[in-house]
Design a protein around this ligand. Structure first.
Ligand code: SAH
Length: 342
């Protein structure tokens, strides 16, 4: 049995054509899955009975099981999904005013090895399929009452999205298209550790997604230490690829900077960071470290955070501190983790 969400991401038009069925059936199927939140083919009552039977014989709508569902007082909900091969991933729904944002995973584990992040502790197991990425969207959408819609997507869960771009782009296309979730590209953010060849592919694809690049350090010596893949890449290459994305898309970039006490939160580092970003039309998103059990890193004190922020603001950098959400249920940035089966 195949995953209908993989078919929806690629090949649905051909599948219908092979059976001599009109293309508008594809639109109907997508509308049932995305807009009307159907969980089974039987519910798709305006499809011919024969087509419904054929779909049911060949495809699953869901391939994951909800292994755990956690809810925090701030409205954040996290799902631990069990994949057919036993792998486990997490995804999150965040509520903020009228915003309904979801945070998606793209891999089981992560191969980037950022020293402070929970997702990479056990390395990467495999890429998720497009269907598995889309299934997270639909599972999270089902947590909303019928009158509420998903408004934003951040691809900031487990894994490095640009290491799985071939599966991610068809999934995001379904999030974006009007007969999918209908979320505008500006409201879809891909966060990357900064892989220049894949960033260039994104640039060439002409998609209009918002790109966030994880910097975490203002120089290569420190970045090599915190983000080990940087040794093979280098800060300059990352920034140049980011500039190319900006030039092609016109989308203002975001740089992310996890603030770690005593490591990258010093005044000299704030000044170095300001010098690096000066002249770039970018937003600096500072994320005070969310503690991870078993790791030695610490969140800087409020005065240290304030000092860091003021230096950047005085230097004219557009800086924002990310509000922490979901940390009570370990759903905050960097806390998503592959949980061993059983
Ligand atoms: N692989 C992508 C997505 C990772 S998650 C990337 O590197 O961008 C999104 C952001 O959360 C990244 O900037 C990541 O470095 C950051 N992050 C990881 N662990 C964190 C933690 N414990 N506290 C705060 N932010 C963290």
């Amino acid at each position: 049995m195949r995953h209908v969400l993989d078919l929806a991401a690629a090949g649905l038009a051909d599948w219908l054509a092979e059976r001599g069925l009109p293309a508008f059936r594809g639109r109907q199927i997508r509308q049932w899955l995305f807009e009307k939140r159907a969980a089974e083919f039987r519910a798709m009552t305006d499809l011919p009975a024969r087509l419904r039977e054929e779909l049911a014989a060949e495809f699953h709508v869901w391939t994951t099981q909800i292994a755990r569902h956690s809810q925090a007082d701030d409205g954040t909900e996290k799902l631990l999904l069990q994949l057919p091969d036993g792998g486990r991933i997490e995804c999150v729904l965040l509520r903020d005013g009228t915003r309904r944002s979801i945070c998606l995973s793209t891999q089981v584990g992560c191969g980037m090895g950022c020293v402070f992040c929970a997702s990479g502790l056990d390395g990467v197991v495999r890429n998720l399929t497009s269907g598995e990425i889309v299934e997270q969207m639909l599972r999270l959408q089902q947590l909303l009452p019928p009158e509420e819609r998903l408004s934003h997507i951040v691809v900031m869960g487990m894994g490095e999205p640009l290491a799985n771009l071939d599966r991610l782009l068809p999934a995001l296309d379904l999030a974006h298209r009007p007969d999918g979730l209908g979320i505008s590209a500006r409201r879809i953010t891909i966060s990357t550790v900064g892989l220049p060849p894949a960033m260039d592919r994104l640039t060439q694809s002409k998609c209009q997604y918002h790109l966030a690049v994880s910097l975490h350090a203002p120089n290569d010596a420190l970045r090599n230490q915190l983000v080990p893949v940087n040794k093979k890449i280098g800060l300059r290459q990352v920034l140049e690829a980011a500039d190319r994305y900006f030039e092609a898309s016109g989308r203002r970039l975001t740089f992310e900077y996890v603030l770690l006490a005593g490591l990258n939160d010093q005044p000299a580092q704030a000044r170095e960071l300001a010098a690096l970003l000066r002249g770039r039309p970018a937003l600096l998103n500072v994320i005070p470290y969310n503690p991870v059990t078993g790791l030695p890193y610490q969140t800087p004190s409020p005065p240290a955070q304030k000092r860091f922020r003021e230096i950047l603001e005085h230097a004219g950098i557009n800086v924002q501190f990310r509000e922490r959400k979901g940390d009570k249920i370990s759903a905050a940035c960097g806390q998503l983790r592959r949980v061993s089966p059983g």
